[in-house]
Design a protein around this ligand. Structure first.
Ligand SMILES: Nc1ncnc2c1ncn2[C@@H]1O[C@H](COP(=O)(O)OP(=O)(O)OP(=O)(O)O)[C@@H](O)[C@H]1O
Ligand SMILES: C[C@H](N)[C@H](N)CCCCCC(=O)O
Ligand SMILES: [Mg+2]
Length: 230
């Protein structure tokens, strides 16, 4: 059982940042001192005179308290691309030990450290492309929550992601199905994955207003009874 955990996903853009922020808000509302931690972020957004990174900006926007900037992230690169590529463009090298040590420094400081991956599990981190987010998650010895789409293609992507975590002995707290639009196909996709994995699941609807994530109940308490302390 662990207080701290990873939010990984079946792909980039599946909603890991939204779900990280969702859990941050949930635990903050229970009085916990929470840090969302995005070890590697890529894709600098420039709007007029303002430049920022989407993920950590999103955390900050919805946090109940001001988050300590240095605790949010270890590496940031301008190019919206795989970390191994974005780092190479800047002549930088990502050292996984820096990230693993950062996590160890955060754990005693916060009740809850929620680490967000970049893209999916097999996104390469180092220049040789032979060290992936999956290796980092495994070495951190923290469990994972998997964020998945609900639309066509998600059965395969979700089962592959779960298989990779299982082979690497990473405990999975559950699956968050994100951006659900309540179609028959989506309901069957969710049911199929539930039947084949027997994991706790949460469903977040497609939101017109992103801030509405605050209204979504954690309906499935099992989410916190197997792997995560509540
Ligand atoms: N439930 C939802 N309803 C509506 N829009 C959503 C929902 N979840 C995520 N989005 C939007 O979809 C886009 C991708 O979501 P998000 O940034 O959370 O993905 P991600 O998995 O964190 O991507 P990355 O791999 O870049 O970290 C964002 O614009 C986000 O606002
Ligand atoms: C730029 C994007 N938003 C993420 N930060 C990085 C996604 C890397 C995906 C790599 C891949 O699977 O091809
Ligand atoms: Mg993200």
């Amino acid at each position: 059982m662990s207080n701290h955990f990873w939010i990984t996903g079946t792909d980039t853009d599946v909603g890991k940042t939204l779900v990280t922020t969702y859990f941050m808000h949930y635990f903050q509302s229970k009085g916990e001192n929470v840090i969302p931690y995005k070890p590697i972020q890529t894709g600098l957004i420039v709007e007029g005179s303002r430049a920022y990174y989407g993920d950590t900006e999103f955390y900050q926007t919805f946090s109940a308290n001001t988050l300590v900037k240095e605790d949010l992230n270890s590496y940031s690169f301008v190019e919206p691309a795989s970390p191994h590529y974005a780092a190479r463009l800047e002549g930088a090298k990502i050292n996984e030990e820096v990230i693993l040590q950062h996590i160890e420094q955060l754990k005693p400081k916060y009740d809850r450290v929620i680490c967000e991956g970049a893209g999916g599990l097999y996104v390469p981190i180092n220049e040789q492309r032979n060290y992936h987010f999956l290796n980092l998650i495994k070495q951190s010895q923290l469990p994972a929550v998997v964020v998945a789409r609900t639309k066509l293609g998600t059965i395969n992507h979700t089962l592959l992601t779960l298989e990779a975590l299982k082979i690497n002995d990473v405990p999975v707290a559950g699956i968050v199905f994100n951006a659900f639009e309540d179609t028959e196909l989506e309901r069957d996709n969710i049911q199929t994955i539930q039947q084949l994995t027997n994991l706790p699941t949460l469903v977040i609807p497609k939101l017109t207003n992103l801030a509405d994530f605050k209204t979504i109940e954690i309906s499935n308490k099992l989410f916190f009874e197997r792997v995560l302390h509540e």
